[in-house]
Design a protein around this ligand. Structure first.
Ligand SMILES: NC(=O)c1ccc[n+]([C@@H]2O[C@H](COP(=O)([O-])OP(=O)(O)OC[C@H]3O[C@@H](n4cnc5c(N)ncnc54)[C@H](O)[C@@H]3O)[C@@H](O)[C@H]2O)c1
Length: 499
């Protein structure tokens, strides 16, 4: 058995190298435990939610949730008391009753013991995702965890086992699956507009220099903040999910195809080291995360996935999102476009503006608009207007939250299950194994443990129109009553404060 040699390497899941390929251990599923594929749980008329981690990201999530009918914010928790308290202002603004406040390193443990919470929405720094999710699942709550929900294979396998054993949802909050271009392109891919999609690219290319010093620091000795410290310690694509999530849905990963083998390469660290030196005033001899990391993954059905991670060097923001199919092509950055021949456009049911489109160039705005109109995702059609008003990365965050609540209220399988979480998060540890051993191939484990080909194709679940209408009415009625209660609550609180 080989183990990573570098001092700072802290991934430690067991693996073996045989014939030049690394294979990680797959823990056996306990007797009687079933997979969580397509798992539906009883309908929740009202989703009683608690938020843990109220920094830059979690704070905005509370505001967004006040716009979703049929929810109640029961508890707010952050390490820093004032960060939890300041979110009450959103509840006040929405005329919703105040939530209970929890704080300190272990505040979430008390919160998880409560019986009146259905869902814990988890958005602290990366090291706290897993302990909070584990505590919540062990206490019978569904969890929705910010990206990356799990940082290594040990956490991934434990979350899979917990979700399967407890029959509770463990969703990763991968908002990029809900952006307008991605949702519409997914709908096109599912309807065959691009033929068979063979090669896909995704990325997180975002220079974080304006943010490094805004991330939470645990105490006065903490010079780096959690995110820079994590990048210093860990090699591999530690933030793969924004790039991988939307394209994995297009490829139906663990729903008829699976990721098979991965190879990763990174550049040396230059800017990463400098960031540490600037903040500590000391030479930085080791910084594990390369300034640019590239991961290539082959799939069982002969497709290839390419994922980039670069938070260090100056460049325009880019999630790539490129689909290369046998009959067509979609690309999101630097501008959104599609390439299809006139014939393929006609076969897709769109009349081309000219008969000599070859697929060598992007469709004109007129043709692209006609294609998007024909293949608009039902999710975009339903949520776009309100999502743009509420906001959150242009609206995609609100769509993600709304879909989560819709599925919980209607008792449907969630769009993103625990196996998606596993597949999208595993690139960090698997990539580091590849790179620490001279860029060798690494087998991507089958996180469904043999069931990756049972579900045929990725689909968003929908309730029947009658059930959907009933759930929506119940949600609106609940929120109307809650707001009456909230109005009285805040009037009383204001009177008391004036005394
Ligand atoms: N999906 C997206 O687009 C997106 C965007 C930004 C951030 N994120 C993710 O959101 C998470 C938070 O990022 P951020 O930018 O808000 O970071 P941040 O540093 O602003 O906030 C982290 C918060 O976690 C709190 N915290 C630390 N320990 C805690 C504990 N024991 N209990 C409760 N709270 C604790 C800190 O006090 C801090 O308020 C990260 O996982 C990040 O990757 C996702």
């Amino acid at each position: 058995m080989l183990l990573p040699s570098k001092v700072l390497a802290q991934f430690n899941w067991p693996y073996k190298v045989t014939n030049g390929k690394a294979v990680t251990e797959v823990p056996q599923r306990a007797a009687g435990q079933k997979s969580a594929l397509n798992m539906a749980t009883p309908k929740l008329k009202t989703v009683r939610v608690a938020f843990v981690g109220l920094g830059m990201r979690g704070h905005d999530a509370v505001e967004r949730w006040t716009h979703i009918p049929g929810i109640q914010v029961m508890a707010l928790c952050d390490h820093e008391r004032d960060r939890a308290e300041r979110c009450q202002e959103y509840l006040h603004k929405a005329s919703m009753p105040a939530a209970d406040i929890y704080y300190g390193e272990d505040g979430y443990k008390e919160l998880c013991k409560r019986k009146d919470i259905d869902l814990v929405y988890i958005a602290p720094d990366w090291k706290h995702h897993f302990p909070v999710a584990k505590e919540a699942l062990n206490n019978g709550k569904h969890v929705a965890v910010e990206v990356p929900a799990a940082m290594n294979l040990s956490e991934i396998w434990q979350l899979i086992d917990l979700s399967e054993k407890k029959r509770l949802h463990c969703m990763m909050l991968e908002n990029c699956c809900y952006d307008f271009f991605e949702l519409n392109s997914l709908n096109m891919a599912q309807k065959g507009v691009f033929g068979e999609v063979l090669y896909v690219q995704g990325a997180y290319r975002h220079e974080l220099s304006p943010y490094w010093d805004a991330y939470w620091k645990k105490d006065a000795q903490d010079k780096l903040g959690w995110r820079l410290e994590y990048n210093q310690k860990f090699r591999g694509d530690v933030y793969a999910t924004h790039g991988l999530g939307p394209i994995a849905e297009v490829l139906n990963i663990h729903r008829g195809d699976k990721m098979k083998t991965l190879v990763a390469m990174d550049t040396k660290s230059v800017n990463g080291k400098k960031l540490v030196e600037d903040r500590t005033g000391k030479p930085c001899t080791e910084f594990r995360n390369g300034d640019q990391t590239t991961t290539l993954i082959s799939t069982e059905n002969g497709k290839v996935i390419e994922i980039h991670h670069n938070v260090m060097t100056p460049q325009p923001y880019n999630r790539m999102y490129q689909l290369t199919g046998t009959k067509g092509f979609a690309n999101k950055y630097p501008f959104e476009g599609f390439a299809l021949s006139s014939d393929e456009l006609k076969k897709s049911g769109v009349t081309p503006s000219s008969d000599n489109l070859s697929g060598h160039s992007y469709l004109s705005n007129v043709d692209a608009k006609a294609l998007v109109e024909k293949y608009e995702s039902p999710i975009v059609a339903k949520y776009e207007k309100q999502a743009k008003e509420v906001g959150g990365h242009g609206g995609m965050d609100f769509i993600m939250d709304s879909r989560l609540v819709y599925c919980l209220q209607n008792g449907l399988p969630l769009d993103i299950d625990v196996y998606d979480l596993a597949e999208w998060c595993c690139l960090a540890e698997l990539g580091s194994i590849s790179m620490d051993n001279g860029n060798i191939p690494v087998e991507v484990p089958d996180f469904t443990r043999g069931q990756w080909n049972e579900v045929k194709g990725f689909h968003h679940a929908y309730a029947s129109p009658a059930d959907e209408a009933q759930a929506a009415k119940d949600a609106m009625d609940f929120t109307a009553k809650l707001k009456e209660k909230g109005k009285k609550y805040w009037e009383k609180a204001e009177k008391a404060a004036k005394k």
